[in-house]
Design a binder for this molecule. Structure first.
Ligand SMILES: [Zn+2]
Ligand SMILES: [Zn+2]
Length: 261
């Protein structure tokens, strides 16, 4: 059994075949899926999907790209209200993205900090998206030492990975790990302690090899887990068990489900 710890099932890429997509993943051994919110206006759509499938869970949060529309007083309270739903197991994705810079940096920081504060009040983990913003990301996290969570779709430096681990955060690997050029990432994947690793697809984006360039979907989580097992010299069942246990430890509001409906 594997968990896809991060995907976006409400995105238009899935609108024509969501039930089939979820079934394909189940048949490939993906027995738990976390679908992640990027705009509060879509939080209820995610909750509907999670209500339909007992093994699908969801989050509440604003992607750093969309921070400009949400970074104002009261964001934290809105997040807390939406997170009351029983299938909401985490806050995010939030963080800082200074690669695309789609929202002004000060607004990204304001939104990030309101998410961190909400996550502490709710006692839920936070899902962090960070790109080209190492220093400010770590600074924000240090301002909220009680927060816990995961650096999702990790693609940063070894230095950032070590700082994340020092702060007791988890690190999640996506299909990027299967790419030939991801040499530094492969080195990072070898040293992250086994009890700190998660796997994800971030689908519909970033399909792993051998599906690169096509639409990604939760069923492909196994390709990343296979590469991870190989890099660490352990078996596929062992990496599956470890990443699954880590998921349920971090996202403790999520429970194992025995059915796909
Ligand atoms: Zn992200
Ligand atoms: Zn995402």
């Amino acid at each position: 059994m594997l968990v896809d710890s991060h995907c976006h099932l409400n995105f238009p890429e899935f609108k024509d075949d969501l039930p089939e997509t979820i079934k394909r993943a189940w048949d490939q051994g993906i027995k738990t899926i976390l679908t992640v919110n990027t705009k509060l206006s879509e939080a209820r759509d995610l909750q509907k999907i999670a209500d339909t499938y007992s093994h699908v869970f969801c989050t509440v949060g604003v992607h750093p790209h969309d921070a400009a529309g949400y970074a104002k007083p009261g964001l934290k309270e809105q997040i807390i209200l939406l997170a009351e739903h029983k299938k909401v197991v985490a806050i995010g994705e939030t963080g800082l993205d200074c690669y695309y810079n789609k929202s002004p940096k000060n607004m990204q920081i304001d939104s990030f900090e309101q998410h961190l504060s909400a996550s502490i009040d709710l006692d839920l983990p936070v899902i962090i998206h960070t790109r080209e913003a190492d220093e400010n990301t770590i600074k924000c996290l240090k301002n909220f030492p009680k927060a816990k969570g995961v650096f999702h779709c990790f693609s940063g430096s070894e230095n950032l990975a070590r700082q994340a681990l020092d702060l007791d955060y988890y690190i999640s690997f996506s299909g990027i790990l299967t790419f030939k050029k991801a040499e530094e990432l492969k080195e990072i994947a070898k040293f992250v302690p086994l009890d700190r690793i998660l796997v994800e697809t971030d689908s519909p984006f970033l399909a792993p090899i051998p599906h690169r360039g096509k639409r990604n979907e939760p069923a492909y989580t196994a390709h990343t887990a296979e590469v991870l097992a190989e890099l660490r010299g352990i078996s596929f069942p062992d990496i599956s068990e470890a990443t699954t246990n880590n998921f349920f430890k971090l996202f403790s509001k999520a429970k194992v489900s025995s059915s796909c409906a």
